[in-house]
Structure formats: C-alpha cells, structure tokens
Design a protein around this ligand. Structure first.
Ligand SMILES: [Mg+2]
Length: 404
C-alpha cells in the first residue's frame, strides 16, 4: 500500500525559542551555546549563515566571524519544555508519530486521505503548532521518510512542501548530493572527488558502481538518491526506557554503598544512552525494603545523556526516597522519555574539555569494556554492568536490560 509520510522540523529551534521569549532578538544574528571562550555553538540563526558559522564550531571562532552576533547561553530546560509542547500537539493530531529528535518528527498519515486530504491535514497541524507555540516549523510530505525529510529542508525556513507520488526522483535530481540525509563530510568528499555534484548523477549510476565506491553504505545511499526508503515510522512512546536494578544477597542499610551503586548504575546507563545516540528526559529511582515495600520516585529533567547531570538527579531522588532508614533489598535506576539525540542540547554549560572527556571515556569503554573507566564514587559497586567483573572475574549480578 502506498504510504503518506509527513516530516516536521522546527526551524532553528533554540534560536526560535529565544526569540519567542524576547522579541528584540527577531531578525538579528543569534548564536546559542556556551558563553565562555571554550564554549561551542549549539545553534545559530539564518542571519549568521553567510559568515560561515555552523553549529558545533567553537564559540570563539563564531564570534570572530560575526562580531555583531548576539550570543545567548542556551537553557536545556526551556528547550525541553517547548519540545514537549510541540510533541503534545502532534500527539493529539496524529495517531502514529515518531519523535526523531527534540525538534523533529515523522508522522504516518497513510489512509487519512480518504476522509481528509493529507496535505490539508498537515497544513492545519503546522498552523496549529505555529499558533499555539509561537515557533516556526516546516514540513515535507511524500511517500516516504527520506523524500519528506529532504522536502522539509527545501521548504525551510517556515514553509511546507509536498512531493507528489511518482515525482520522488525528479524532485531529488537537481539537488546537491549533500542533501541526502546519510551523506556526511567523508562520503561527500568521496563523491565530490569522483566529480559528482547533483543527486541526478548518482541516480544514473548503476547500483554496483555505487556499492564499489561507497562500500557498505552504497546500497542505502543509492536507494535514497532514487527516493526509495521503506523505513517505517517508529511510534514514540514515553514508556520506552532503559533500566538496571540490583537485588542484594543480604539486605543492606549501608547508605554510602547504596549511593556508590546508584552512581555506577547511572554511569552505565548514561553510557548506553550515548552509545545508542539517545537523550533522556525522565529519571526514576526504585527502592524495595526488606519488608518488600517498594517505592519509586521520578523527576522530569531537561534532555541529557551526561553523567554529571544525571548522577545528582539520581542521588537527589534517592535522598527523598530513602526515608524509612530500614534495610534495603533492591535498588534500581531507570531512564525514560528517550529521544534520539546527542550532546548538542548540553553544549551550553559544557565546555569543549567536558565533551572531549566524555568522548574519550566512551572510546575506552568501547574498547576495554563498560567498567574500564568509572567514577571513584562508584568503585564500590563492582558488579554493575554488562561486562564481566574485571576485579574478581565473577559474572555480573545485574544486567542492564533494555525495553524497546
Ligand atoms: Mg530543526
């Protein structure tokens, strides 16, 4: 059956939120990110694009390129709240949607056209988001995810574009190969070195040739260039979570040990988040006393995957939860409200050193195992995690389990 897939993307999301909160920022060049010289640009307004500024670049360099830009220290909490607002409107409007990042959504509108035109429906949904949140958003509508995403990019800023069924290839043909969502810097260079510029050329090349040049990704990139994409819209579910818990052989009242285990659990789950390219917006801690009374507390937090944001949340919940001072039989940590995303939303407070520290720690974990780098506070918790225990060689007591 022919599908109708909508892709929605908020325009320069962080910048738009700042402008909504302070209209003096309208039409001015804006940089959002860390304020210190070592900070990083998390988002920039269209007015700065002509200066060669892009997100991820050191703030110092961006300020040199565009000295007149207004520099704003971002606030992950504010952006998370606005992201939730938009999510709620989409949830009310469409039965099946996917939250692809904090500012990006896919919706499957297939079958809706019989009683309501999909394009009209998408238009009204977009207008409603703009009206109720005050944030500009663009959409692309087509038969699949990749064509809709490219269409959104072509529609921006603050507009919409429909690609009629059967016109996927001609729509993509004149665009730069860079516009194919999977084509990053290195693939782009490979293709440019071959003299490729427009998607049209890639469309005309035989699949085998593209496979030979691009290796494993060749097939997917060739298909995308040809407007072929069968990926389904994966329903967004806030209950999706990762968690870990531990039952003690002997119940314990040793608060320091409990805290240490919670730190180790949080570190391990945060690493799993980062490895999976996910952010969490809800943390919960579970506690079971020796009398089997179980309680849990949760907190909504700004989207993050950073240990140093998550650990204080988890320990704070534990302090509020552990009020009976009785023997504890089980403790657990869970992260939910997961969305795809990377450090970007944490860039405001985090300086380059912290980001490279995380990258270095995660690389060591990839190579030598989850427990190769741990916080001193979690050292006591020897048996958390997926890898075998490096200290005594026994198998792990707890496995972090994923619920999808
Ligand atoms: Mg966006």
């Amino acid at each position: 059956m022919q599908k109708t897939i909508l892709h929605l993307d908020l325009d320069t999301f962080f910048v738009s939120v700042e402008r909504k909160l302070d209209s003096r920022l309208l039409n001015k060049p804006i940089l959002v990110g860390g304020l210190s010289d070592r900070g990083v640009v998390a988002a920039c307004s269209y007015e700065t694009r002509g200066y060669g500024i892009h997100s991820g670049m050191p703030m110092r360099m961006a300020r040199e390129l565009c000295p007149q830009a207004v520099v704003i220290r971002g606030n992950a909490g504010t952006y998370s709240r606005h992201s939730d607002e938009v999510t709620e409107i989409i949830r009310e409007g469409v039965p099946l949607f996917e939250k692809a990042s904090i500012d990006e959504f896919y919706a499957d509108l297939s079958g809706m056209d019989r009683f309501f035109g999909c394009y009209r429906y998408a238009t009204e949904l977009r207008q409603r988001i703009i009206r109720e949140t005050g944030l500009p958003i663009s959409f692309g509508l087509s038969v699949n995810k990749v064509v809709s995403k490219v269409a959104t990019g072509e529609a921006k800023p603050n507009n919409q574009l429909r690609v009629d069924s059967g016109y996927e290839k001609p729509f993509l043909a004149p665009l730069s190969i860079r516009k194919i969502p999977m084509v990053g810097d290195s693939t782009y260079q490979v293709l440019r070195n071959l003299g490729l510029k427009q998607i049209r050329t890639l469309q005309e090349m035989p699949l085998e040739v593209v496979q030979r040049v691009l290796g494993a990704n060749g097939t997917t990139i060739w298909k995308r260039a040809n407007g072929i994409d069968n990926r389904p819209v994966v329903p967004f579910c806030e209950r999706k979570s990762i968690s870990t818990e531990r039952t003690f052989d002997r119940d314990t009242i040793d608060v320091r040990r409990l805290r240490g285990i919670l730190v180790a659990m949080t570190e391990n789950l945060a690493f799993q988040l980062r490895r999976g390219g996910k952010l969490t917006a809800c943390v919960s801690v579970k506690l079971r006393y020796s009398d089997f009374n179980t309680c849990s507390k949760q907190a909504r937090i700004p989207y993050t995957s950073a240990d140093h944001k998550l650990i204080p949340q988890v320990l704070g919940l534990f302090e509020r939860l552990y009020d009976r001072r009785l023997l504890v039989r089980l403790i657990g940590v869970q992260f939910s409200h997961l969305v795809p995303g990377s450090y970007q939303i944490d860039l405001f407070e985090d300086r380059e050193e912290i980001l490279s520290l995380y990258a270095a720690m995660d690389r060591m974990r990839e190579r030598y195992g989850d427990k190769s780098v741990i916080r001193a506070a979690g050292m006591g918790a020897r048996t958390i995690g997926r890898m075998h225990n490096p200290f005594d060689g026994r198998p792990p007591v707890v496995l972090a389990h994923r619920k999808q």
